[in-house]
Structures are given as C-alpha cells and as structure tokens.
Design a protein around this ligand. Sequence first.
Ligand SMILES: Cc1cc2nc3c(=O)[nH]c(=O)nc-3n(C[C@H](O)[C@H](O)[C@H](O)COP(=O)(O)OP(=O)(O)OC[C@H]3O[C@@H](n4cnc5c(N)ncnc54)[C@H](O)[C@@H]3O)c2cc1C
Length: 441
Amino acid sequence: MSTVVEGFGGEVVGPEDSGYDAASRTVLVGGSPAYVLKPSSVEDVRAAIKYAATSGLKVAVRGGGHSFPGFGTNDGGVVIDLGKLAEVEVVDKEKHVVRIGGGATWGQVAAALAPHGLAISSGDTKSVGVGGLTLSGGIGWKVRKYGLALDNLTAVELVTAAGEVVRASADENAELFWAVRGGGGNFGIVTAFEFAAHPTTDIFFGKLSFPAGEIAEVLPRWAEYLRTAPAELTSTASFANPFLGGPEAPLEIEIAYDGDDADRAAQAIDPIRALGTVIADEVALTPYAEVLVDGMVPPPGINIVTRSAFVDTESVPDVLRLLAAAGAAKGAPVIAVRSVGGAVAQVAADATAYAHRQAELMVITTKVGPPPAIEAGRPAWNQLWDEVTPHVNGAYASFLSGTDDADVSAVYPAATYERLAAVKREYDPENVFSGNHNVRP
Ligand SMILES: Cc1cc2nc3c(=O)[nH]c(=O)nc-3n(C[C@H](O)[C@H](O)[C@H](O)COP(=O)(O)OP(=O)(O)OC[C@H]3O[C@@H](n4cnc5c(N)ncnc54)[C@H](O)[C@@H]3O)c2cc1C
C-alpha cells in the first residue's frame, strides 16, 4: 500500500494488518477506515493529502484522538494519524518560543518543558492532543492567567488541501492565523505549532469537597468569589457524579493556584475553603506536569456524550440555581462548571475565531455508559438543557458531541462563521477537511 501512496514514507495500516484494530479507533470512538496513514514528515503529510484527494476517499485527521464526536476516524475513508509528529523543541530560550509537532499530546509537552521551567496553559489531561485542543480553544489550569491555549500560539505551519505548506502568524497569512485559532481542523493539517510558553513553578493544586446538601449554597458563592479572585486562581466545580453517589455525590471544587508561594496561595484559596463544610482538602504543591491526569480510555461498548454552553455574568445566579436542582434529580448527568473570564476575556471577541470571550463560566454535562444507560438518562439531560438554554449561550466545540447545524452555529456565531467560510473557500474549497464542526466553503 505504501507504494500506492506516492511519496509517502510513513506507516500504512490497512484492515489486513495486525495493528488495525488499535489504529482504526480513536480514544473514544470506533471506526473502520480503509487505511490509517501515519506520516513521519511534512512530505508524508503532503503525500497523504494528495492521495486522499485523488482517490476520492473521505479524510479524517487525528491528533490525540480525543474528540467526543470521534472526528479522528471514519468508515471507509483515510485517517491521517499525526502521532509520529510529536517533537517538542524550545526554539528560542529567551522568548520561550516552543515548537511542537502537530500530533503531540499535552503530557508530552508538559514533560518536555518541565526541565526548562516552562509550561503552556493547555487542558487537564495528558493524552489530549495539542492539535484538537488548541485549534478549538484550550481551557486549562492556567486559563484565567494566560488565556486559552490558542491565545499563546504565535504561528502554525500547515499543509493545505492542495498539499501546499503554509505558515500563518500575525504577520504572515494573518486571516488564516485568525481562523485556525478557534476554527478547528477546517483549514488544513497543522504539522507544527509555535507557542510562547511561560515560566512555571510548582503550583498549588487539588480538590476541596463539600457535602451534596450544600451545593445550592456553595456554588453561587464560589462563582461570586472568582470574580475578584486573583487571575492565578483557576477552578472547576463538579457534582452529581453517578460514580460517587449521583444526587448524593459531593460537590468537588478543583483548584489550581499558579504559584508556589504558600501564603499567597492560602490567601487565594482560603475564601473557597470558607464557603461551606470542607469534607476533603487535597490541595498540595505539585509540579505542573504532574497536575495533568491520564485520560480515561472507555472500554468498547461504553460511550461518552457531552454538551457545553457559556454563561455570562448576569445569568450566573439563575444558571447555578437550575444546575444545582438538576444535579439533585435521579439520572442527572455529571455537571461541571469551569471558570473562564480572566485573561480570556481580555482578548477582543473578534481577535480570533474563538468567539465566547465574554463568558464568566462554562457549563459541561457528561454522561458515560453503554447506549441503554445513556438513553435512560435522556429525560433528565433534556430537562436540564431545556431549563438552562434560555440563560446560556454558544457552545465550546471541544465539549460537544453533537455535530449538526445547530451545534455548529452554537460554536460559531453568524459573523464568525461567515468570516471562517471565506477563509475556507481560499484554503479548502472542496471541503476535504470536513471531519470537524464543519465550516462549509
Ligand atoms: C478526557 C478528556 C479531557 C479533556 N480535557 C480538556 C480540557 O481540560 N480543556 C479543553 O479545552 N478541552 C479538553 N478536552 C476536549 C479536547 O480539547 C477535545 O476533545 C479535542 O478535540 C481533542 O483533541 P485531540 O487532538 O486529542 O483529538 P482528535 O480527535 O485527534 O482531533 C480533534 C479535532 O481536531 C483536528 N485536529 C487534531 N489535530 C490536528 C492538527 N494537527 N491539524 C489539523 N487538525 C487537527 C481533528 O481533525 C479533529 O477534527 C478533553 C477531552 C477529553 C476526552
């Protein structure tokens, strides 16, 4: 097969090959592609795209393979798996510029940068890909101080649908650079990302737990405190976890304080400890690279569905009240509320294709289980979303299992979508890269 893909020097895995089962599926979703192509170089990526375009097979591009809808695989098409392009290199020690291969994971990045005392605010999980997370946003443990992962991006190199290598930054192909910062994988295969990393120390990180009976009281006060908390503090509240007791599960408030000064950390975190009855306090000084967790790989037959939306300041009390009530109902999904705001909100709404800068919080609901269990939870899920929808806006592409037109317009408000479509017409007029929340040319 590799001779059929002209000029391709990477690995080709077809249905006859022993590694096919593992190669055909992503972390979350199974597939049955005709071939999985694993390029070892930019030239291989160009050859893979040319092959896909001429063969007429549909294309899926895989970075870390964590997309909830399973964008990193397909049935009967070509999967281009970037896993071999995972080099992490500090290219400018003074300016902390880091060049990262398009298939690297955040665990690889954090481990490679730790000896340099550097980090990039990314997400919470080691195995998540730099590609998918950055191209749609990137909400991590330093988001309130350093913004989204894509806010720290200084340039990308990508291979377009025509097989051309293009560099985009604020000075070169600026409109493409605008589009890739939020527009997902719509515009080409990014073979290298360049970020401005930031110096990091160990950070204060861990969980504070409160009894389920205090959720309605603690949650709004937590959100209120975050408005005036230092930007070093990023926090996520989650509850109704069925594995911890469903409606009886404690409220878990995860905290990341970006710094190693114990007094300042305590000053920032103690107001959260004072919000209610702390039943577990696991906050401890932790190397940043160890804060990231190993992601769960669901066994075959176990599905994960997720949905998200943003909450603006004036709607915070209503949304948190509704969520607290929804979490107390039988069959509720896991409910998580992530703090954004801070540095994210200091970037103009039209500066990148990520359009939800004004939001103070993001809500995520998640259901895990075999399909019948997910169906059984549907009424509670629908009721929750029916109730909160009038008070929330948009959706975060990275936490969105749905892929229909309504989902795409939740990710991209009309003006953003139109601008993205113009860039799409220039770089991918035939919509070769359609395995994503798709912007149609
Ligand atoms: C366990 C878990 C934890 C998560 N935690 C966070 C979190 O803390 N913060 C957060 O913001 N998000 C988080 N996410 C969401 C995550 O950012 C998205 O699922 C993201 O799409 C994963 O990227 P990936 O490269 O691993 O996935 P993939 O499925 O490989 O790719 C996702 C999309 O990006 C495209 N793509 C990937 N790499 C490239 C590339 N180099 N060039 C062009 N297109 C590319 C793919 O074609 C696909 O459309 C989490 C997801 C999971 C499953």
